[in-house]
Design a protein around this ligand. Structure first.
Ligand SMILES: Cc1cc2nc3c(=O)[nH]c(=O)nc-3n(C[C@H](O)[C@H](O)[C@H](O)COP(=O)(O)OP(=O)(O)OC[C@H]3O[C@@H](n4cnc5c(N)ncnc54)[C@H](O)[C@@H]3O)c2cc1C
Length: 515
């Protein structure tokens, strides 16, 4: 699909390219930088971290590389499209490896269920575990594909900043029962509570409560089935680094360890940014990949705003927080042979735990974990013979009358996690050679994420599409937003797609010589 070109054009000459500043080098910001570079802009990318990738960055310790965030790449095609639209070939720069099984789900009763790549293998697994739900499962898959066509290929790739953009889609929402939640939809198709969990937990990967996220998001199951589950060799850090190199070849300048303090404004236009050291950089356009909450509340604190003002931001719902324990273990590579690359370990409760996290905003004693073991696929994450893991627990965000004080709670929670993990990788803690922990408080300080949310705004129906902060600011003509908190939402495919929407909104450049 080629994108409709915006009507607005900036005319220039080969020696002067219009300047774009991209605040944030997350995957949304980096893909925006590449697309703007290809359009003829001179791009400055500014990020406060010491590495590219934002939530997809990594930390290295004692020979272990901890990839801090995304581990599953579902639609490599979004990157193939990104590279080809910018005149490159994705597979020349990045290696992705398809996985099978995709992941294993475990329950406290000892049962295990694998999500497989081949349809025949998957159906055999469904018949083994949930024979009575086979027909319902097949129907569910059809439902997922319909929502993928409508939500991902259609709505997700179009600008959604005019009410009319949304109004045109309403018949589709009604027809596809967007009012129903992912969990309700899965429950309408299958009966076994474990299978209901297995078909409905995916919104947690983008910060949503399966009991409330619109059933449009069951499209994720179709993404997995149709495009596979992939691992980026070298971790998502390698992908972010490749994006940075591409942007630099286009002439972009990257400033790491640099914080933007303010977006400067004159009338209805932004004029550039001021850095925390007081320097001002002028720009023709600014693209913010910082969280929209931070962008509007902090970076535009002096500018009057019609829509995303303090009161509206205070009413917004934010995704849950994440407690993540990264650890490297010495000499265990041949141990725990039944633990693959991705494992989901259910605790005793599913809906009850979701209620604690999202409704009561309270930290429960029990937990369900996602366990990442990249060393199964990528030996570069650890010294030879060693292992690398992360265990992730969804927890409440910090938007509560009594937010969890993680400085106090961290060690207590680690102990509880250790007990759960010992049931899966017994004796692991004696082998730990390096470790790192991120709590919601770290998400707040590291990524400037409001309320320490793991994935920005929660993807509820009234915080999606037109209701989400727009890709072109409601208040300033030349300010644009990309990334998880804007349309279409969180997760790698979506944040890269947000830059596809951006290119349809940013003025084209004529006359510039693009390197
Ligand atoms: C633990 C975890 C696991 C995940 N797993 C998956 C997965 O398996 N698959 C998947 O598809 N998605 C996954 N996700 C979601 C996915 O990682 C995110 O939705 C996506 O990476 C967010 O990208 P982004 O472009 O919105 O920006 P971010 O990654 O949030 O980056 C924003 C950047 O802006 C910078 N910044 C902010 N404010 C300023 C400022 N004032 N000055 C300078 N810089 C600033 C920050 O430092 C940051 O680098 C996961 C997320 C987490 C946290």
């Amino acid at each position: 699909m080629t994108h409709p070109e915006p009507l607005l054009r900036i005319r220039t000459d080969p020696f002067h390219r219009p300047k774009a500043i991209v605040i944030g080098a997350g995957l949304g910001g980096l893909s925006a930088a590449m697309r703007l570079g290809a359009k003829g802009y001179q791009v400055d990318i500014i990020d406060r971290l010491d590495r590219l990738g934002g939530r997809g960055s990594s930390v290295s310790q004692n020979g272990y590389r901890f990839d801090l965030g995304p581990t599953i790449l579902t639609v490599p095609e979004v990157f193939e499209r990104l590279w080809s639209e910018c005149g490159g070939t994705f597979r020349d720069d990045v290696t992705v490896k398809p996985l099978d099984p995709y992941y294993e789900i475990r329950w406290p009763d000892g049962s295990r269920f694998q999500i497989r790549n081949e349809e025949a293998d998957m159906l055999a697994e469904v018949e083994r575990m949930f024979p009575k739900d086979r027909a319902g499962y097949l129907k569910f898959l059809q439902d997922c594909e319909k929502r993928y066509q409508f939500g991902f290929e259609g709505l997700g790739r179009k600008p959604m900043h005019r009410l009319w953009d949304l109004a045109k889609e309403i018949p589709g929402f009604v027809r596809l029962r967007a009012d129903r939640s992912v969990y309700a939809h899965a429950s309408a198709r299958v009966k076994d509570p474990r299978f209901r969990m297995a078909l409905s937990f995916h919104p947690l990967f983008i910060g949503g409560d399966p009991r409330h996220v619109t059933s449009m998001y069951i499209l994720v199951s179709h993404l997995e089935k149709a495009f596979g589950v992939h691992y980026v060799q070298g971790g998502v850090q390698a992908l972010a680094d490749a994006m940075g190199r591409f942007a630099e070849r286009q002439g972009a300048r990257i400033s790491l360890g640099t914080t933007v303090d303010e977006i400067t404004v004159k009338d209805r236009r932004v004029t550039g940014v001021t850095l925390s050291d007081g320097r001002h950089i002028a720009a023709d356009i600014v693209v913010s990949n910082a969280d929209p909450g931070w962008t509007y509340d902090k970076l535009l604190r002096k500018a009057p705003r019609k829509r995303w003002n303090r009161a509206k931001l205070a009413r917004a719902r934010w995704s849950m927080g994440l407690f993540v324990w990264y650890f490297g273990t010495r000499g265990t590579r041949d141990q725990w042979s039944d633990v693959g690359h991705h494992t989901i370990i259910n605790g005793p409760r599913y809906r009850g735990l979701l209620g604690d996290i999202f409704d009561k905003v309270t930290l429960a004693d029990d937990m369900s974990l996602y366990l990442h073991r990249p060393s199964v696929t990528d030996p570069s994450v650890a010294p030879a013979g060693d292992d690398c893991f992360y265990a992730l627990s969804p927890v409440p965000n910090l938007k509560s009358k009594n937010p969890v004080d993680w400085a106090q709670e961290k060690d207590v929670y680690l102990e509880k996690m250790r007990t759960v993990l010992n049931g899966v990788i017994p004796g692991f803690s004696e082998k730990i050679a390096a470790q790192h922990v991120l709590t919601p408080m770290d998400f707040e300080s590291r990524y400037l994420s409001p309320h320490g949310a793991g994935f920005s705004l929660e993807p509820r129906i009234f915080q999606s599409a037109w209701f989400r902060p727009h890709n072109i600011s409601e208040d300033f003509d030349n300010l644009y937003l990309v990334g998880a908190g804007t349309h279409p939402g969180a997760g790698i495919p979506s944040v890269v797609t947000s830059s596809e929407v951006l290119t349809q909104l940013v003025p084209s450049v004529t006359g510039a010589r693009v390197p």
